[in-house]
Design a binder for this molecule. Structure first.
Ligand SMILES: [Zn+2]
Length: 399
């Protein structure tokens, strides 16, 4: 085939998907206006959006749900703050639903939401006015969401449970790339988000495990989308997982700190650092604008019964072996197996561990975390630990 023909073929094959991508509505700009009586948040959009706007307390947030949108504002535009708005985030919240979360510096209520049609150089604009209120009146008001007419479709679940294959003897490994969508996790020195590092390592680990043909591998997410902590371990239970591995990258105030570490669930944290880390990781749902009042059991204290205890013992066994394997391919934190109340590790039936692969705040380690070679090395180490763990289970069952 000639090159020109190949090119034409490629274009022909690519063509059907292209119009949909171009047609996806887009946010082109966001801005904050500070007024004496209110803070105004404006989003410029390629079309008039359906929306659902609501507020949450503790911490105080405004949540704006929109159809799935492409986010095109320039670099740094999402870092704006002003008036009542202390920070903002944008990302995919659920299939078909994009979300903006505005962190508020004080209790506030949404006084008006409206859409302006295009005029002059301006495209469609979604305008949201926020006015300060007292904490007491915020809590008393229990304001209903402000919705467009016609309303936005309700958010569907991002979790797709794969069908259970019949007569599949293979063990099921559930890999959980931390964060995603509207929750970016930590940010690296070069501006890479933890969510993207976690997904790259999850895919590398899947490749490693599937290559041997011995494992069925399920990812909690395979794209840049938010999944609640409960849905993550809930999926592990629904697919009858044999192991749940949550992948993360850490951050430290001191740029010198580096090393991988492995965490299991415990009522009492092994140390203050592990406790602080669990508290930080447990904030994922808050960052994504989830109303925790509706699901307090996820972050409330861990109730440990007999079944959970058995699962926790298995988690610990796997973690200990994993620390040994990881130590061959990467530097470890002192006492590299630690424990605390991580909400994502709360499955009562699936042995679960969380790996902080390294520190995004350390220059050497940040470079390693982004390298393919390191991804492969870490994946092999995890694979070896998985193998050793199941071998031990099998031999224990035999005796
Ligand atoms: Zn994390």
């Amino acid at each position: 085939m000639t090159r020109i023909f190949l090119l034409a073929l490629c274009l022909a094959l690519a063509a059907p998907a292209a119009p949909a991508a171009w047609a996806q509505p887009m946010v082109s700009q966001v801005r904050i206006g500070e007024h004496p009586d209110k803070t105004r948040f404006v989003m410029e959009l390629s079309e008039a959006p359906r929306y659902r706007v609501f507020t949450l307390a503790d911490p105080f947030r405004v949540v704006i749900d929109l159809p799935e949108l492409r986010w095109a504002p320039g670099r740094g535009e999402g870092d704006q703050k002003g008036g009542l708005i202390a920070a903002m985030r944008f990302g995919l919240f659920a299939p078909g639903t994009s979300r903006v979360v505005l962190d508020l510096s004080a209790p506030a209520r949404v006084s008006r939401v409206f859409v302006l049609p295009p005029t002059g150089n301006y495209p469609y604009r979604l305008v949201i006015d926020v006015v300060p209120v007292s904490r007491a009146s915020f809590l008393a008001a229990r304001a209903a969401p402000i919705v467009s007419d016609p309303p936005l479709d309700p958010a569907s679940s991002a979790v797709a449970v794969p069908p259970q294959p019949e007569a599949d003897e293979r063990r099921t490994i559930v890999i959980d790339p931390g964060h995603g969508g509207i929750d970016p996790g930590s940010r690296s020195l070069t501006g890479v988000d933890e969510k993207n590092i976690a997904l790259a390592y999850a895919r590398a680990l899947r490749r490693q495990l599937e290559a041997g043909g011995r494992y069925r591998v399920v990812l909690t997410r395979d794209k840049d989308i938010f999944i609640s902590l409960r849905d993550r371990f809930g999926l592990a239970e629904r697919v009858a997982g044999d192991l749940f591995i949550s992948l993360h990258a850490n951050n430290h105030d001191s740029p010198r700190v580096r090393g991988a570490s492995v965490y299991t669930l415990s009522e009492q944290a092994s140390d203050a650092e592990a406790e602080a880390l669990a508290a930080k990781e447990n904030k994922a749902d808050i960052i994504a604008g989830i109303n925790l009042a509706e699901q307090t059991e996820v972050v409330s204290k861990i109730l440990i019964d007999l079944a959970q205890r058995e699962t926790m013992n298995l988690s610990k066994q796997f973690a200990n072996g994993l620390v040994g394997e990881l130590g061959r391919v990467t530097k470890l934190l002192g006492n590299a197996h630690r424990s605390a109340g991580f909400a994502v590790l709360k499955s009562a039936t699936v042995p679960s561990i969380l790996i902080e692969i390294g520190y995004l705040s350390n220059q050497t380690e940040e470079r390693l975390l982004r390298s393919k070679k390191h991804r492969i090395g870490v994946s092999r180490a995890i694979g070896a630990a998985i193998e050793a763990y199941f071998e031990r289970q099998t031999s224990l069952n035999r005796t």
